[in-house]
Structure formats: structure tokens, C-alpha cells
Design a protein around this ligand. Structure first.
Ligand code: B12
Ligand code: SF4
Length: 475
């Protein structure tokens, strides 16, 4: 226990996105002990070359007893088609053109260097601060630490205390404080945030993240959100959620909200909770646009109307596959036909925004005919909403630690025990992105072809290319 009187929270560099985790954590600490002096420094905002100087100056002027680092992103490789690093790896391995292969190899090298150096950069910022300030205490947490904390421990000084638990009891214990019994309720006070986080103005016109509940009880094969947030759902008081959105809209002029919940409708208790939050927005006349992850198969007409009325503007829907067998292999617990019904319900409610349709090509159980079923399902969904509003996003399954897919890949020899999930060598990345034979080559070629063109419409082109190749086989 260290009983600090001043705590500096430092959000480690990542792509610019509102630092929701550190903002909530800081608010919770303030709730537990209002007399503590707290400050948040967001290192996602300054230029890379300026970050260590800014951190040093902040430590010198604020004179904290404890520096609490928050690490959000580690894997810059996302298994989804707009990701540059993924494109380069696919073009390198699957494109027939030697020129494009060479260009992709150079870009790939740059991706590797960027990734390795961003990992080293973040760890280096922690190490440098620890070295320069032997009298300070250091803590480290955040979503990446929940996933990779064990891997990172060896890269950091032993004096940095790593908090990889879901609950915040350990961290509050270190502060000599009782952890709040309702630790999903940050009790956000924007006047306090403005004073403790002077960089907040950088997010004035940005999408603001907001968590209405924590946890997901489901165990979809590839997903680690249940591991990160816990399998039991802990919901906030809807009035607190509405109040938080209202204060962002009123004080900061926020117009776009992202519900950062693992899933908006994951179990039966979520529906009344979401209805209460959205009804509260409607009653208070709060005009925001919002997005989030939603299981559309759980939608009914009443909820769809409420979602549209309260400003739903974009929705990510995980179809996975158009084949029920593949969907079942993925343990998504949905029926393809219910997804179609959910889409029809949302369209009938007057939804005019975009649908980002996540597809996991070459998932376990994939075959030529299941690929054609997926292509057909996308066509049906486009017919429901209108073609241009439905964006198929090809998401390869990324094998992430603590998931069913990782256990399966280890069991069937696709991965070796002791593999390094943080490796960025292209051959390792391709191994962590699940795209096995016999369809891997065909899908890889289709991706490489689509990636070589305009970044717009990549998903459609991948599907069209797969369809053309499969049709050619049967001629
Ligand atoms: C919502 C979300 C998004 C939204 C964000 C919308 C927004 N405006 O906020 C969108 C869709 C934009 C997004 C994008 C990406 N995301 Co994202 N996202 C999430 C998600 C589902 C929730 C994050 C969140 O805000 N949670 C709510 C807050 C309150 O929780 P928190 O940040 O964990 O903080 C709490 C605790 O961790 C703790 N804590 C935090 N810091 C510290 C520090 C200390 C010392 C302690 C003790 C505790 C502590 O206290 C906080 C309060 O309880 C997580 C998965 C998940 N279930 O967590 C992935 C996740 C964070 N994302 C991830 C990634 C990779 C990305 C992308 C980089 C993907 C990509 N390659 O494009 C992008 C880019 C992000 C960026 N920097 O721009 C990864 C990060 C880890 C990793 N594998 O690298 C996660 C974990 C998902 C995953 N697949 O593994 N994301
Ligand atoms: S994919 Fe969605 S529903 Fe499935 S476990 Fe992850 S968060 Fe939950």
C-alpha cells in the first residue's frame, strides 16, 4: 500500500481515440477519495518525438507519487480488410505479380518496423520514467494488459506493478482505498475531467466512447471480450448513462457516441437496459448519433424504432458466414435466418445509416458451398437495406490468446505451444490470421487482387472474385 496524494494517469500512445478507460478509472479513484489530486496525460496526442519530453515535464510539474500507465492497443494488425499491414502480407504471399509482391514486401517491412517500434516505444516510455524517478511508484493496466500482461512483464522493470485483473480491487488496495462496490459506475463529472485532463479539447469534435455495461456471457470461438470484461454482465444505472451522454452533449457539444460495450444485446437482461437508456435519451431530448456492436438477430420492432429515433447512425453486425454450419462452428449462437429477420426489422423501422457486415471467411467448416452461401446472404442483406449502405468487411479470424480458437489451433497443431502472439514476422502474422488450406490460397488470391485496387469496396471485390473463381471451377 502506498497512500499517494497525487496520481498521474498516462494513456500510452495509440491511434487517437477518446481515452475512455483512463477517464473512467480516474473518475472512480476520485469517487473513492475526492481529496486526491489527479491528472491525466494522453500520449496518443503529441508527436512521437515529443512524448518522452512531455511526460518528463508533466512528472516534474505535477510531482505525482504514483504514475499509472494505461495501455490500450498492442496488436496493430487487425484481421480485417481495411488494415494496411494485413493487405501487404496478403499481397506479398498471394499476388501473382512480382512487382506488386516486391512493393508489398517493402511496405510490409515498414509495417514490421512501425509495429515493433511502437511496442518498444511504449515499453521504453515506461522504462525511462522508472529509471529517472526511483522514488516514484509505477502501475500498469488496461485492455492490452488483460491480454498480454504476462508477456510484457519480462520487458518491464520489476518495480512496475502490473494489474491484469478485471476487477480494480488490487489497484485500489495499492492506493490504500476501498474499491467502489459498483466499479462500472464512474460517476463522471466533466467539470473535474476538464481540469484534470486539459487535453480534453482535442476530443471536442470526436466520437466519445461510453460504457453502459461490462461483460459478455457468450463464448464465440474467436472472441476474447468475455476474458477481458468478464462473463457476467454488470449493468450501470441507465439514468447515470443518460446523464453522462447529456453532459457530453451539453458541455462539450458532443454529437457522436460509441457504446463501447462488448455487445449491446448479449443476454436477455440487456434489452430492458438498452431500452431504458435510449428512452432516457428520448425523454430528455438529447440529440446525438450513436453506434456500437449489436447482435441484430435479437432485435424487435419496438427496440428498432427506439434505436432509429435516438440517432443510431452506424451498426456493426457480425454475420460471420451465410452458412448455418459455419456459424455454429464459430459458436455464435445465432441463426442466419434470424439475422435476416433482424435486418428486415431495422430497415422497416426506417434506419438509413450504414451496416458494417463482418464476415469471417475461411472459418472452421468453410467449404466452397458455404462461401457461396455467404455471398448469397450478403446479397439478401443488400437487397433489404439498399446496396450502397451495406459494407461487407472481410474479417479473418485472428487467433488471440484466451479464446476457443487459440485452444483449437493449439490442439490441432496449427500453432505450437509457447508461440509468441506478439510476433510481427509476416509468416507468423499469417499463421495467427486463420486462413488454412484448402481454401486459404483461393481466398488469399481474391484478397490480394482486391487489395491491389481502390481501398473503397474491397469487401465486395473479394466476394466477387471468390464467386468468379468458384464458378470457373464448375464450368
Ligand atoms: C469499443 C472498442 C473499440 C471502439 C472504440 C470506440 C470509442 N470511440 O471509444 C473502436 C471500434 C473504434 C475500436 C477500434 C480499435 N480497437 Co478496440 N475495442 C473496443 C472494446 C470493445 C472496448 C474498449 C473500451 O473502451 N472499454 C471500456 C473501458 C472503460 O474499459 P478499459 O479501456 O478496458 O479500461 C478499464 C480497465 O481496463 C481499467 N484500466 C485501464 N487502464 C488502466 C490502468 C491501470 C493502472 C489499471 C490498474 C487499470 C486500468 O480501468 C478501466 C475502467 O474499468 C475493446 C475490447 C474490450 N472488450 O475491452 C476493444 C480493444 C480495446 N480494441 C482493440 C484494438 C486492437 C482496436 C484497433 C487497434 C483495431 C484495429 N487494428 O483497427 C482499433 C483502433 C483503436 C484506436 N486506438 O483508434 C484491442 C486492444 C488490445 C489489442 N489486442 O491490441 C481490444 C482489447 C479488442 C481486441 N480485439 O483485443 N475499438
Ligand atoms: S463476439 Fe460479441 S457476443 Fe460473442 S463473445 Fe464476443 S462480445 Fe460476446
Amino acid at each position: 500500500m502506498i497512500k499517494p496524494s497525487r496520481i498521474l494517469f498516462v494513456r500510452l500512445p495509440c491511434k487517437k481515440v477518446y481515452p475512455l478507460g483512463p477517464v473512467y478509472l480516474m473518475s472512480l479513484v476520485r469517487r473513492a477519495c475526492p481529496s486526491l489530486e489527479l491528472r491525466l496525460l494522453d500520449l496518443a496526442l503529441p508527436l512521437r518525438s515529443e512524448r518522452s519530453g512531455i511526460l518528463e515535464r508533466e512528472i516534474a510539474s505535477f510531482r505525482p507519487d504514483l504514475v499509472a500507465f494505461s495501455w490500450r492497443d498492442i496488436q496493430i494488425f487487425s484481421p480485417q480488410d481495411p488494415d494496411g499491414a494485413l493487405r501487404d502480407a496478403f499481397v506479398f504471399f498471394h499476388d501473382p505479380s512480382p512487382f506488386r509482391k516486391i512493393a508489398a514486401a517493402f511496405r510490409g517491412l515498414r509495417d514490421i518496423i512501425t509495429y515493433r517500434s511502437s511496442l518498444a516505444h511504449n515499453a521504453g516510455l515506461i522504462r525511462a520514467a522508472e529509471r529517472k524517478h526511483p522514488a516514484l511508484e509505477f502501475a500498469l493496466g488496461g485492455p492490452s494488459i488483460r491480454i498480454f500482461g504476462d508477456r510484457l512483464a519480462s520487458r518491464l522493470p520489476a518495480r512496475v506493478r502490473i494489474f491484469a485483473d478485471i476487477g480494480l480491487g488490487g489497484f485500489f488496495g495499492l492506493l490504500g482505498l476501498e474499491a467502489p462496490s459498483d466499479e462500472v459506475e464512474p460517476g463522471l463529472d466533466l467539470a473535474f475531467i476538464e481540469q484534470a485532463f486539459p487535453q480534453w479539447t482535442a476530443y471536442r469534435d470526436e466520437i466519445i466512447g461510453l460504457q453502459s455495461k461490462r461483460g459478455c456471457p457468450r463464448s464465440c470461438l474467436y472472441c476474447l471480450y468475455g476474458h477481458i470484461e468478464g462473463r457476467s454482465v454488470v449493468r450501470r444505472d441507465p439514468a447515470g448513462v443518460v446523464g453522462e451522454i447529456a453532459s457530453y452533449a451539453e458541455r462539450w457539444g458532443t454529437r457522436r457516441i460509441w457504446f463501447a460495450d462488448a455487445q449491446l444485446l448479449s443476454e436477455s437482461g440487456d434489452r430492458p437496459h438498452l431500452v431504458a437508456v435510449l428512452s432516457g435519451l428520448l425523454e430528455r431530448g438529447i440529440k446525438v448519433q450513436w453506434s456500437g456492436y449489436l447482435r441484430i438477430d435479437e432485435l424487435d420492432a419496438e427496440l428498432a424504432a427506439l434505436m432509429v429515433a435516438t440517432g443510431l447512425c452506424e451498426l456493426e453486425v457480425s454475420l460471420g458466414s451465410g452458412s448455418q454450419d459455419v456459424v455454429d462452428e464459430l459458436a455464435l449462437g445465432v441463426s442466419v435466418e434470424d439475422v435476416m429477420k433482424g435486418c428486415a426489422i431495422l430497415a422497416a423501422a426506417g434506419y438509413k445509416g450504414r451496416i458494417l457486415l463482418n464476415l469471417s471467411l475461411n472459418a472452421p467448416g468453410e467449404s466452397a458451398s458455404s462461401l457461396l452461401e455467404t455471398i448469397e446472404a450478403v446479397r439478401r442483406i443488400r437487397a433489404i437495406f439498399g446496396g450502397s449502405r451495406v459494407l461487407p468487411l472481410v474479417f479473418f479470424l485472428a487467433i488471440q490468446p484466451h479464446t476457443g480458437l487459440e485452444r483449437r489451433a493449439l490442439a490441432d497443431g496449427h500453432l505450437k505451444a509457447g508461440y509468441n502472439p506478439l510476433s510481427v514476422m509476416p509468416w507468423n502474422v499469417l499463421r495467427l490470421i486463420y486462413n488454412p488450406p484448402p481454401l486459404g490460397q483461393l481466398i488469399g488470391r481474391a484478397c490480394a487482387r482486391a487489395f491491389a485496387g481502390d481501398p473503397e469496396g474491397v469487401g465486395e471485390r473479394i466476394l466477387a472474385s471468390i464467386e468468379a473463381e468458384l464458378a470457373g471451377r464448375h464450368r
